[in-house]
Design a protein around this ligand. Structure first.
Ligand SMILES: *Cc1c(COP(=O)(O)O)cnc(C)c1O
Length: 397
């Protein structure tokens, strides 16, 4: 057996799973350590990124937004232009290819709003694998279109009725299902969360975002950005945007958490602002908890940011003071959703709008010679009906 790392980021991370999963985690870690250094695997993955997902995604100078805000130059990293409309495709192509090399026949995935489920079903269709997606009953009702898409792509969607019937319960159920079929199944987790090696592996697949930003911004500006901003649910698009800048200490890294109705209310999903260290879903990290240490319900208008924890690497970047995490409310995100649509003709995902909202605050405080890169993690088509409703207008699809 190869040398196994301990999978820690400071005090966070680890592998807090039932004994029955340890072999599967070791097998995955060994396979991942082998393939990440295998040029043939990396070449195959690059080809999928480029020819199937449409990479590299563009780094777009938002000139009108820059002029309007009157401060730092703003560039948008356009992950919304990827196939399936978000950054999630980077991760699922990586994991599905790895699972295939490992001889797995089945991809198990969880999904909240359905974005990761659709991406997983897409990768499974492409690679000729079976796909079963666990989704909370509540979410199935709210996201009929994505449920249809997953089934159209050939996946089976399993309704999860335990707990609150939402994302955290879907993750728990997917993990349970994995323990029952570790031989033939790979658990394709949707963010930089869960037990080691998931946070590290998912981060590596998403790191292509910051690798491209670096090349693109050097080409356009001849220097590194002063700040990189991304929204944070579990944290995969953010760590992907940050990763290749962590050693560049002059680059500010800013993660935008969903504050919901406010980080000072109970209806929030701002984990760094309100959470405490705990253990859940196989990892030690910050979580929203009640006074007994039970996972507390979280709330955000944005389904993709509606998770009670945040990945262990972010927890450590926060502890070290290397990255900063700021709460952004529903109201601010909805304003930014409308603002970017009007100003640049780009309808962002409501998740991504949290990052745009903070960029709107930050840019005017910076000099005109300074540069901000904001990651637009996905496109907003999926959110139009909900935002219309938020503004008191009913849309019928
Ligand atoms: C799922 C999703 C997110 C949140 O997930 P992270 O792992 O934090 O990136 C953000 N934006 C979009 C568009 C998503 O679909």
């Amino acid at each position: 057996m190869s040398k196994l790392t301990n999978g820690r980021f400071g005090i966070h991370g680890g592998q807090y799973v039932p004994e029955i999963l340890m072999n599967a985690l070791h097998e995955l870690e060994e396979a991942y350590n082998f393939y990440k250094n295998d040029p043939a695997f990396q070449q195959e993955l690059s080809a999928l990124f480029n020819d199937y997902a449409g990479r590299p995604s563009r780094l777009y100078f938002a000139e009108k937004m820059t002029r309007d805000l009157g401060g730092a130059k703003i560039y948008l990293k356009r992950e919304d232009l990827n196939h399936t409309g978000a950054h999630k495709v980077n991760n699922v192509l990586g994991q599905a290819l790895l699972a295939k090399k490992m001889g797995k026949k089945l991809l198990i995935a969880e999904t909240g709003a359905g974005q990761h489920g659709v991406a997983s079903a897409t990768a499974a269709a492409l690679m000729d694998m079976k796909c079963v997606v666990y989704m909370g009953q509540e979410d199935i009702e709210r996201q009929a279109l994505n449920v249809y898409k997953m089934r159209l792509l050939g996946a089976e969607v399993v309704s999860v009725t335990s707990g609150t019937g939402t994302l955290k319960d879907a993750v728990s159920e997917a993990m349970r299902a994995w323990t029952q079929q570790v031989e033939e199944a790979h658990y394709c987790i949707g963010s930089v969360v869960g037990p080691h090696p998931f946070p590290e592996m998912v981060r590596d697949f998403q790191a292509v975002i910051s690798q491209e930003i670096k090349t693109q911004i050097l080409e356009k500006e001849g220097k590194l950005p002063d700040a990189v901003i991304a929204c944070v649910g579990g944290g995969s698009n953010a760590i992907g945007s940050f990763y290749n800048f962590i050693e560049d200490k002059a680059v500010r890294l800013i993660g935008c958490e969903a504050a919901g109705r406010g980080a000072d209310t109970a209806q929030t999903a701002a984990i760094i602002a309100t959470g405490r260290v705990g253990i859940f879903h196989g990892m030690k990290a910050y979580f929203c908890q009640d006074s007994y240490g039970q996972i507390a319900p979280v709330y955000s208008l944005s389904a993709g940011l509606d998770y009670p924890g945040i990945g262990p690497e972010h927890c450590n970047l926060h502890d070290m003071g290397r990255a900063q995490y700021v709460p952004v409310t529903d109201d601010e995100a909805v304003d930014a959703f409308e603002y970017l649509s009007r100003t640049e003709g780009i309808i962002p995902a409501i998740e991504s709008a949290h990052a745009i909202a903070y960029a709107k605050k930050l840019a005017p405080t910076m000099g005109k010679d300074q540069v901000i890169v904001v990651t637009v993690s996905g496109r907003g088509d999926k959110d139009c009906a909900a935002i219309a409703r938020y503004r008191g207008e009913e849309l019928y699809e």
